[in-house]
Design a protein around this ligand. Sequence first.
Ligand SMILES: [Zn+2]
Ligand SMILES: [Zn+2]
Length: 129
Amino acid sequence: MGTGPIPDSVLARLACDSQITRVVFGADSVVLNVGRAERTYTGAKRRAIVARDLQCRFPGCSAPPAMGEVHHIDHWLRDQGQTNVHTGVLICWYHHGLIHDRGIEVRRGPSGAWRFVDRRGRELAGPIG
Ligand SMILES: [Zn+2]
Ligand SMILES: [Zn+2]
């Protein structure tokens, strides 16, 4: 795994919610296309989340930031759209889709570890298809 800076082109897909919003970044982080800018993670917040989470945090997944998006752990409408670093988690595009498709809740435990809970209230621990 490389240790150099992550090029912005690699972060092009970082936006939540994948069902509604896509942000396309071009060279020099210029936003080329945005659905609803107020609910996206950009610039320093985006980089801070990548630096903290390093890879997809979904159980059993180690996808790099190149495949990453930021999932907003509080539902945007419920949360009034605060895009704080502590309410975003790095998730690969595949698992981001899965989280929304299956209604999986992401929470932050007391130790700072991310927890993933399905619709039935069961905590996900291992690799999920
Ligand atoms: Zn999301
Ligand atoms: Zn993943």
